[in-house]
Design a protein around this ligand. Structure first.
Ligand SMILES: C[S@@+](CC[C@H](N)C(=O)[O-])C[C@H]1O[C@@H](n2cnc3c(N)ncnc32)[C@H](O)[C@@H]1O
Length: 297
């Protein structure tokens, strides 16, 4: 895939989320492995199942699920990014899975091409955070599941610890340069207003409520909260990564909001905290699993 033709999802997913740093990518995948396994466990897959992975990215969940459902099972990769679906198709061909994989380009809020009650399990990892119509996404998951089918998802609860107090920026103590940090923060806030952006406008209670409203019969949710320190990171990587596909990297945001001298000043404050791992980290995530009633509608 060429960098020029990549859509913004593919570009972020395959490059900007880890700042192009292979070590950071390795760490990301290491962090995600137990999350993947948890999502799959929540889906209670058995051999022969048909599983739909909504917002599949490059197949983190779907390829592992393919191992669990075995040669008699079927995996449907679904995403809004044609390029990420192409990548999954290429990877599936490489590992000779092609005959039990399907690819559907669709948004979580409208899984139109997928038939009613045709799926044993729906999985999603970090997809609802990008979906404005979460209610429709739950309704669609419910619609495509057969009676007794399971939904298993993982979502960051970004509302937790956000917005940061003025003296903190990306976890670092910026009290001596609070005005510079505020200018950069404004770049992000304009793109993702904290009161309306789909990444930050929900919490774990909303997820439960949405699942109930969609008609799910049994619902389980676990919330994990971690408050601590950010892991040390190379400064160049920190500058070059973007938290999600819609926002600029820190380097780009500083270039937009600050003079060269101001950017230098803010960097001098941030850099030692990022490199030493003394910046704060506060994180909340939720795992939700739910099943569709076994009674026919
Ligand atoms: C953070 S990535 C997660 C990818 C994958 N689930 C994983 O666990 O690695 C989010 C994915 O959701 C897709 N996506 C974004 N908005 C979506 C939407 N409204 N409906 C379905 N997929 C969406 C993106 O293209 C991207 O592949």
């Amino acid at each position: 895939m060429s960098g020029v033709t990549q859509d913004r999802w593919a570009a972020w997913f395959l490059h900007r989320r880890h700042g192009g740093d292979p070590e950071e990518l390795r760490r990301t995948l290491e962090y995600l492995a137990p999350i993947r396994d948890r999502v799959i466990a929540g889906a209670q897959l058995t051999e022969g199942d048909t599983i739909l992975d909504v917002g599949c990215g490059d197949g983190l969940i779907a390829f592992r699920a393919a191992e669990v459902v075995g040669t008699s099972g079927m995996v449907i990769f679904s995403d809004i990014s044609a390029e990420l679906l192409d990548r999954c198709r290429m990877l599936a061909d490489e590992v000779e899975l092609a005959d039990r994989c399907q690819y559907v380009r669709a948004a979580a809020r409208d899984l139109g091409p997928i038939e009613n009650a045709s799926i044993d399990a729906v999985t999603m990892r970090s997809v609802l955070i990008y979906e404005q119509d979460k209610s429709a996404a739950f309704a669609e998951a419910h619609r495509v599941l057969r009676p007794g089918g399971r939904l298993s998802l993982f979502e960051p609860i970004n509302r937790f610890g956000y917005p940061e107090p003025p003296g903190r920026f990306m976890g670092a103590d910026v009290r001596p340069v609070v005005e510079l940090a505020a200018k950069v923060r404004a770049v992000y806030e304009t793109i993702q207003p904290s009161n309306s952006d789909p990444m930050v406008n929900f919490d774990e209670r909303d997820l439960i409520h949405l699942a109930q409203e969609a008609g799910f019969a049994e619902i389980h949710l676990q919330l994990y909260v971690d408050i601590g320190r950010r892991k040390p990171m190379a400064w160049e990587t920190f500058l070059n990564r973007a938290g999600n596909p819609r926002i600029p990297t820190l380097r780009e945001a500083m270039a937009q909001a600050l003079t060269l001298e101001e950017a230098d000043h803010l960097s001098t404050r941030l850099r030692p905290q990022i490199e030493a791992g003394t910046a704060r980290d506060s994180l909340a995530v939720a795992y939700l699993s739910a099943s569709r009633s076994t009674e026919q509608p």
